[in-house]
Design a protein around this ligand. Structure first.
Ligand code: GP9
Ligand code: MN
Length: 429
């Protein structure tokens, strides 16, 4: 045993949020499809261009009574972008302050990640799908460490004329091909579909869009809604297929946006979209909101205003799956729990709570967006307390990854992931 684990265990135990009995185990045994919506921001929900909804399908899911939807859910990625989002969802550990943790430690570190946990606790099979080369973000190695049984990357999808755009297989083709593989997975399964077309610089062939651009005048920003619209159509096609085959009935869809599409380098464009003259650090913090939804037959849904982020997804799913996670080394908190503290740390040490926001060195009232230039003593105490929590939490997560500390942590009833013999390579077989 390693002494460095002790403060981490203490912190996690102290901040453990009890599951919500009304939801506990509600989706146990159902297939789970995580739909990773590339660069998809919350502002797109119900957003219109020239009176037309950009994402009618995703909007409909957002308002569905069988969808648990979150209106104050934030991306928490750092430089590892997509890979940080993936790491948080699979492990409830933070990305690193610099670089990509999946690239740096994905091969060497020990993890107690979602695919392995679901396999060992509930007998789920697992697969990840992505239309790019398998080595991007070191996925081919990190997925083995996470316990993924299958990884369907670009080489598994037929290459036809114009099948690629930007980072890989176009979403419509990608989801169509992936669905065929999904059909063959042993059920129940845990599957992750990582879309790619809605990625900067938002390339789309004319035959795939008749949707208008934004009119911010920022040429690289304006087509964002066109690729988002295309992504939305591809989701609709997947839903149609799942409905047709009957798979939808025993499947839960988890949709989330991994990070911003329009970066802070485009402040003028962001201001135009928000209908403001200029943007504050508060606006930029709120700009980090992304969708998070859990949709499935029998889910008592609704739009929740609980503050949370990507780090909280796995604990939330564990609650719904009826997996008791009180011994797990996971930094997030179950969003359904009444004990959730609603502190959302960003990777740079800034944070959001329902009351206050710290962004770029400034403090704000979260409800009004008003800057707090001269905090009262009570406000200063609240800031300090939240900051201490955030700094400690991020620091402990970094320590855990840098020291590969999970190799010392014995999780009762959990066996170390066996990577030997696992191969995702189609050519080598
Ligand atoms: C590449 C894709 C994009 O395979 O996942 O990653 P991002 O640039 O968004 O981190
Ligand atoms: Mn991404």
């Amino acid at each position: 045993d390693n002494q460095d684990m002790k403060p981490i265990e203490r912190f996690i135990k102290k901040n453990y949020a009890q599951p919500n009995q009304a939801y506990y185990g509600k989706i146990k045994g159902k297939n789970i499809i995580v739909l990773h919506l590339e660069s998809f921001q919350q502002f797109l929900i119900d957003y219109k261009v020239n009176g037309q909804e950009v994402t009618p399908t995703i909007n409909k899911l957002y308002h569905d009574q069988n969808t648990l939807a979150y209106s104050n859910f934030f991306n928490q990625v750092g430089q590892g972008k997509t890979s940080d989002a993936e790491l948080m969802l699979e492990t409830s550990l933070y990305g690193l302050p610099e670089g990509s943790a999946m690239s740096t430690y994905g091969t060497s570190n020990t993890f107690q990640a979602a695919p392995a946990l679901l396999k060992q606790k509930l007998g789920y099979s697992s697969a990840s799908f992505h239309g790019d080369v398998p080595s991007f973000w070191n996925r081919d190695n990190a997925y083995k460490s996470f316990g993924y049984q299958y990884f369907f990357s670009k080489e598994y999808f037929p290459e036809v004329k114009d099948s690629d755009m930007g980072y890989g297989t176009k979403d419509k083709l990608f989801l169509k091909y992936s669905a065929k593989y999904l059909d063959q997975l042993p059920q129940p399964f845990y599957a992750k579909l990582i879309t790619v077309t809605n990625h900067y610089p938002y390339l789309i062939d004319k035959k795939n869009t008749d949707f208008p651009e934004l009119t911010t005048g920022d040429k690289t920003v304006d087509p964002y809604v066109q690729t988002a619209h295309y992504l939305d159509q591809s989701v609709q096609e997947l839903l149609n297929y799942l409905d047709k085959t009957g798979m939808r009935k025993n499947t839960v869809l988890v949709l989330y946006g991994d990070h911003y599409g329009i970066s802070e380098n485009h402040k003028d464009a962001i201001a135009k979209i928000l209908g403001k003259k200029s943007v504050t650090n508060y606006d930029l913090a709120m700009w980090q909101k992304v969708p998070f939804m859990i949709n499935g037959e029998g889910i008592d849904g609704g739009i929740k205003d609980t503050y949370g982020g990507e780090i909280d997804v796995l604990p939330t799913l564990e609650d719904l799956l009826g997996i008791s996670s009180d011994k797990y080394i996971q930094f997030g908190q179950d969003l359904l729990s009444a004990q959730n503290n609603q502190i959302v740390p960003f990777r740079n040490g800034d944070w959001v709570t329902p009351q206050y926001t710290k962004a770029g060195g400034d403090y704000f009232d979260t409800k009004t967006g008003k800057q707090i230039k001269h905090p009262t003593k009570a406000q200063q105490r609240a800031f300090d307390k939240t900051q201490a929590y955030v700094t400690t939490e991020l620091g402990l997560s970094d320590k855990l990854l840098n020291g590969d500390l999970l190799r010392f942590y014995h999780l009762p009833g959990f066996e170390k992931v066996q990577k030997k013999g696992v191969s995702y390579n189609l050519k080598k077989g």
